[in-house]
Each structure stands twice: as C-alpha cells, then as structure tokens.
Design a protein around this ligand. Structure first.
Ligand code: ACO
Length: 377
C-alpha cells in the first residue's frame, strides 16, 4: 500500500474551528466572524480577547468586569521575577517568556479545578500577567529597574509604561494596540496547532502555551519579525541616503540573497499566496510610526526589498514584515519582538485550547516508515 504523505501537513484540514477563518481567496481574516481590519480599527485589545474567548463581543458589564480583573492581575509574580533573575542576560527573550509561563503554571496546584470556567480564568490571568514579563526582561537587559503596573492605564498603555517607564503618546499606543489585535489569532498556524496537540493529551493550559511559545520562536513562524530587522541591519541602515538609494541597495541585496537560495524573512505564507490580509493594516500603523518619529530611513529598504521580492519571485510580505520595523521605531530591542507576539497570541492559543478541550480527540498522525527493513542482531 502506498501511503500519501502530506509533508508539513500542507493542505490537510485537521479539525473544525469557530475561532477564526482565514480565506486566502478573498484575502480575509475573520475573528469569530468579524473582519480583523474592523476590529483593529475600532476595538481595544481587551475587547478582542473577550471576543476570541467567548465567541461574542462583550457587553458593557462584561467589559467592566474584565477591565477590573485584567488591571488587578498585572503585577510581576515574585516567583516569575526570581526565575527571570536567574536567567543570563544573553539568552533569547523567548526563553524568558517560555520559562515565565512554565513558572506561572507551577503556581496552580495539582488538585485545582479544571472546569472550562477555571481554564478561562487561567487564560485571563496569563493575558494580564505576560506584559510584565516582557517589560521586565526588556528593562533588565538595559540595566533598568522593574516598573510597577498602573491601574489607570489600559492594556496597551500599561504595556508601554512598564517597558519604557513613561507614558507613551496616543499614536504609539494605537499602533501597538493594532499590532496586538492583528497578531492575536490565525487559525491552525504552527504554534496554535502545537497548543492543540498538547491539549489533546489532556495536559494543562500552561503546558500547552509553553509548548506553543517554543513553536513560535522559530524564524519560519513568529521569529520572523525580529529576523526582518536583522535583514535591515545586515543591508545597513543609513539615515543620510535617500529612499531611492536605500531601495537600490535593498534590491541588490535581495538579488544576491535569492541567488544564494536564502529565505528572506517576512515574506511568503503557507496559506496566503496573494498577500497576507493583515499587512495593509499593519503597514498603516508602521507609516504612522514613521511619521510620528520622523524617521524614514528604514522605509527605502522596506520598499526596495518588497519590490525586489515581488519582481523576482512574486512573493508578498507577511504580517511580520511591517511589524518588525514598527516595534523597532517604538524602541523595543529586536529580540523582544517575538515575545510581543506571545503577548498577543496568548488570546488565540487559549481560545483554541478551550475549543480543543470541549471536543477533544487525541492528535496522533501516522508516519510512513522509510528506514531499514527488519534485520536481526
Ligand atoms: N524567501 C525566499 N523564497 C521563499 C520565501 C521567502 N521568504 N518564501 C517562500 N519562498 C519560496 C521557496 O524557496 C520555495 O521556492 P522553490 O519552490 O523554488 O523551492 C517556494 O517559495 C515555496 O516555499 P515553501 O517554503 O515551500 O512554502 P511554505 O508554504 O512551506 O512556506 C513559509 C511558508 C515557511 C512562511 C515561507 O514563506 C518562509 O519561509 N517565509 C519566511 C519566514 C517568515 O516570514 N515566516 C513568517 C510567517 S507569517 C507569521 O508567522 C506571522
């Protein structure tokens, strides 16, 4: 019998989901039925989180209840702080994020209730607690002290406050909020599928999220947003040259990279073949940051790489392409970009974990053996 192999599970429909719908033909992404562009234009990230978890937009009472909950669960857990302090400053921040979620999981005793309601509370706690992990890690790498959260600020404002120790301007808060909404959910991507595989064994939510962080770290997935910045750095950012000059250098770099058969991070997608539905909205946020900071030196490289990739291979940017330089302009270190993706994707992962638990089947595919025939010692 010849077995049909679906390398990389490409084209395989593994299960139903009601969390989001990616439609590459219409180039659209719906969270629980709502176009992501509309959500990014109109809603706070906290409201989008509730939509992903509950399936419906929150009413005023639900919003107020979650507002109070989220704001009162933001402080850096002392055990997490101690664990982070043990980690070397030259480790990758994704290692810090992964460790932090694992430590937070250990705060939940063996005997704890694992009802859907209790699991949702854990998801909400993780959502509220994770920004402090990223903010503290960014600060300790700059030899700066922890900044305590502020309950008078919303999620995005407080995230930036805890990271930079000052209130961020409205334009920056808005671009950050948009990035969180766009990064929140994307059906059965590699990290979400990882979370579902772990959940399918009936393991706990923190184990599933810890594993998902491991999957997100790789440059073919979430790690691409920082890799985009490394590409710009490799080409060389020169504030004194014109956009045209920068674009020409980017084009030459791209030709060389493609001739060497290198993958250029921030381009291409397994599902979208005619453009990532999230890119135009994220590009607007990037343009707003370029205008706000008055720093256009990256944009010649940005346009040049995009045009050269389009011409050479007809491969278009994915969300990580505009997100990387946006976070750079906001002042995050390049290695912090993928932990920001964790903060956002905790919502999607935990919505999928709940969905998997509610209608579980152990995820256990088959393999086609191609090793040696049976032999004997
Ligand atoms: N740079 C150069 N060539 C590329 C790229 C790229 N970024 N993406 C695809 N290609 C080429 C491949 O070399 C291959 O060419 P070939 O047929 O001549 O060998 C062809 O396009 C198909 O590429 P695959 O990698 O087989 O396609 P797949 O669907 O597996 O890849 C992936 C999707 C992994 C995202 C790929 O496009 C890639 O590696 N991109 C760079 C990493 C990246 O940006 N990841 C972020 C994804 S989005 C997210 O996580 C938010």
């Amino acid at each position: 019998m010849t077995e049909e192999i679906h390398k990389g599970l490409a084209g395989v429909v593994a299960d139903h989901t009601a969390v989001s719908k990616v439609n590459p033909e219409s180039n659209s992404l719906l969270y629980r039925g709502y176009p992501v562009q509309q959500l990014a234009a109109e809603l706070a990230f906290e409201e989008v989180a509730l939509l992903l978890w509950n399936g419906e937009l929150p009413d005023a009472a639900q919003k107020e209840e979650f507002r109070a909950f989220e704001r009162s669960h933001r402080a850096l857990d002392p055990r997490v702080k101690s664990a982070i302090d043990l980690l070397p400053l030259d480790c990758h921040p994704m290692d810090v994020g992964r460790t932090a979620v694992s430590v937070l999981g250990a705060n939940h005793p063996l005997s704890e209730d694992s009802s859907p309601e209790a699991e949702l509370t854990k998801a909400k706690e993780l959502f509220a607690a994770f920004p402090a992990v990223v903010a503290y890690d960014q600060r300790r790498r700059r030899q700066l002290q922890l900044v305590e959260p502020r309950e008078d600020l919303d999620y995005s404002q407080n995230f930036l406050w805890m990271t930079f120790g000052e209130e961020a301007p409205e334009e920056v808060v808005d671009a950050f909020r948009v990035s969180m909404v766009l990064y929140a959910e994307h059906s059965f991507n590699a990290s979400t599928f990882t979370a579902r595989v772990v959940t399918s064994t009936l393991a706990d939510l923190h184990s599933a999220v810890t594993a998902a962080i491991g999957a997100l770290k790789g440059p073919l997935h979430g790690g691409a947003n920082e890799a985009v910045m490394h590409t710009f750095e490799e080409i060389g950012i020169d504030p004194d040259e014109t956009r045209e000059e920068a674009a020409a250098r980017a084009k030459a770099w791209m030709e060389q990279a493609l001739a060497e058969k290198r993958k250029v991070m921030g381009f291409g997608h397994r599902v979208y073949k005619s453009g990532d539905s999230r890119v135009p909205t994220m590009k607007q946020a990037l343009d707003a940051m370029v205008d706000y900071y008055g720093r256009g030196e990256l944009m010649g490289l940005y346009d040049g790489l995009e045009a050269a990739m389009g011409e050479a291979k007809n491969i278009l940017p994915n969300l990580d392409y505009p997100a990387g330089p946006t976070y750079h302009l906001m002042g995050f270190d390049t290695e912090m970009f993928t932990p920001l993706f964790i903060a956002a994707r905790i919502t999607g992962w935990t919505a999928h974990i709940a969905e998997q638990r509610a209608n579980n089947a152990l995820i256990r595919p088959l393999s086609a053996y191609n090793g040696p025939e049976e032999r004997h010692l």
